[in-house]
Write a protein that binds this ligand. Sequence first.
Ligand code: HEC
Ligand code: HEC
Ligand code: HEC
Ligand code: HEC
Ligand code: HEC
Ligand code: HEC
Ligand code: HEC
Length: 344
Amino acid sequence: MVVLWIACGLAPAQVKPSGPASACAGCHSAQSATEPRTPMGRALELPGSNPTLQTHPKLTFHKGTYSYTVETRGDQSTYSVTDGKQTISLPIRWNFGEGSQTWVLERDGHAYESLVSYYPAIDGLDITTGDEALSPHTLDEAVGRLLGPGETKDCFGCHSTGSEVNDNLSLATLEPGVGCEHCHEGSSAHLMDALQGHFESAPPKLKELSSEDTSNFCGQCHRTWERVVRGGLRGEGNVRFQPYRLANSRCYDGTDPRISCLACHDPHQNVVRQESFYDSKCLACHGSSTQPPPAKAPAEAKSCRVANSNCVDCHMPRVKLPNGHMTFFDHEIRVVKSGEAYPN
Ligand code: HEC
Ligand code: HEC
Ligand code: HEC
Ligand code: HEC
Ligand code: HEC
Ligand code: HEC
Ligand code: HEC
């Protein structure tokens, strides 16, 4: 694994810039037009196609004795850290995250997660989420957190497509971002067949998955209920693991399609950032202050006496991660009591 990371020493320019999505566009134009532009489609970006750094040619940050600079000229970005006497500068090849952004750096054949990240909420740099407790003692340590081979493979596994060959990290084959093939396994073979007019090998229909199976499918990356419980991931930080939070909501029923991730999200489109959009999703099971429950409402689903719209505003509260720079909607749908502790 480490060997591969070194041996590749791959300049991202050699990586194919456009995913196979364009090849699918002739027959699946809707998905191909939108998915590559979504945050999931852009979860990993290469130098030269990273609007965040291009619009922020010089970012700086200080922590203790160390000063960080992320500088972009043309297609090239450099991550530097200095203690005032010596400086370590590394080229940025792998940009993780479409909004908030962290860089995976290569140094002496090892991978590091940058110790600082870019956050849109402050339009600047701060310590990388999860690394707040690290206090570097040397300039080497100040670069970032050393990633073991397994962890490096996992980063690329969730943020790109085709990054694993024979269970090893393969930077040479990866397509940046979560692409068609990652979710639709076997679609490359289907593409070849389809171009010959054969459609028997079409990938399985994911919309036929139950709500529980969908949660586990999306949970490969967004973390399953089981993984969060086994990992003992407690506290506000787990608000970002929607399959876990949703399963803890009293609304959740793994056999009811109305509470599937897909009832509220189309993975080929940007998430809809408008609360009223979700009212009809809730009202598929509930009544409101002015509307009786639907004909096929689950027996225990009550009506809201308080309001008839913008349900998520009150029942899916926004929770900030401990560093304060990222906010998530809590998928543990519930009546929120004022002053309650975060329900784990
Ligand atoms: C291969 C890993 C992977 C799988 C599988 C996956 N996601 Fe994601 N998803 C990501 C990553 C990574 C991001 C973060 C993108 C970013 O902000 O950089 C993301 C972001 C999102 C977002 C936020 C988009 C936004 O506009 O902020 C939604 C919504 C989402 N995923 C829904 C889903 C759903 C629904 C499924 C299952 C059908 C799913 N994802 C399956 C990796 C995955
Ligand atoms: C199990 C799959 C998985 C792994 C492994 C993973 N990510 Fe992610 N990552 C996600 C998903 C899903 C999101 C979007 C939801 C969220 O923000 O938590 C995300 C979001 C991000 C973001 C956007 C900001 C943020 O924190 O939300 C960054 C940056 C990021 N990941 C970097 C990394 C790096 C670097 C690694 C390796 C050290 C890594 N990720 C490993 C799935 C994964
Ligand atoms: C994050 C996972 C994910 C990614 C990435 C993804 N899809 Fe999908 N796709 C799904 C899921 C889940 C469904 C079933 C729900 C639905 O129909 O939207 C689906 C359904 C489809 C369908 C059937 C649509 C229908 O109306 O019957 C097609 C065609 C499709 N995807 C093509 C693509 C193409 C082409 C790409 C790449 C540009 C892509 N998908 C990327 C998860 C994904
Ligand atoms: C020449 C046209 C053609 C091309 C190119 C093509 N497909 Fe398809 N695809 C089809 C047809 C037709 C079906 C329906 C087959 C069936 O239902 O028996 C299909 C089915 C699918 C399905 C299952 C849809 C469902 O109902 O859930 C997915 C997913 C899919 N294709 C993804 C892709 C991806 C990804 C690519 C590119 C890598 C691609 N296809 C390229 C014609 C094509
Ligand atoms: C009943 C509707 C509903 C269901 C079911 C649902 N979501 Fe969401 N999701 C939302 C709403 C509402 C938002 C926030 C939209 C906004 O910004 O206004 C959201 C946002 C997100 C985001 C972006 C991060 C954030 O908090 O803003 C991700 C990622 C996500 N959902 C993933 C999932 C996954 C994975 C599943 C299945 C386990 C799922 N969602 C099921 C309603 C739903
Ligand atoms: C699949 C159907 C379904 C969907 C969709 C659904 N719910 Fe529910 N919800 C239920 C059921 C059933 C209960 C009652 C469970 C019980 O009491 O055991 C419930 C309970 C609740 C409760 C009370 C929970 C508590 O902690 O006392 C609230 C609030 C709620 N739902 C709001 C919503 C909102 C808001 C949405 C949309 C974002 C939504 N629900 C979507 C089925 C659903
Ligand atoms: C302004 C905030 C607000 C909005 C918006 C709102 N609710 Fe509520 N809802 C509450 C409060 C507060 C309670 C608890 C008060 C009570 O028990 O009567 C509640 C209770 C509920 C309950 C539990 C009822 C019971 O008798 O146990 C459900 C279910 C529910 N809401 C669903 C919804 C749905 C669906 C929507 C959107 C159509 C919605 N709510 C919109 C504040 C809101």
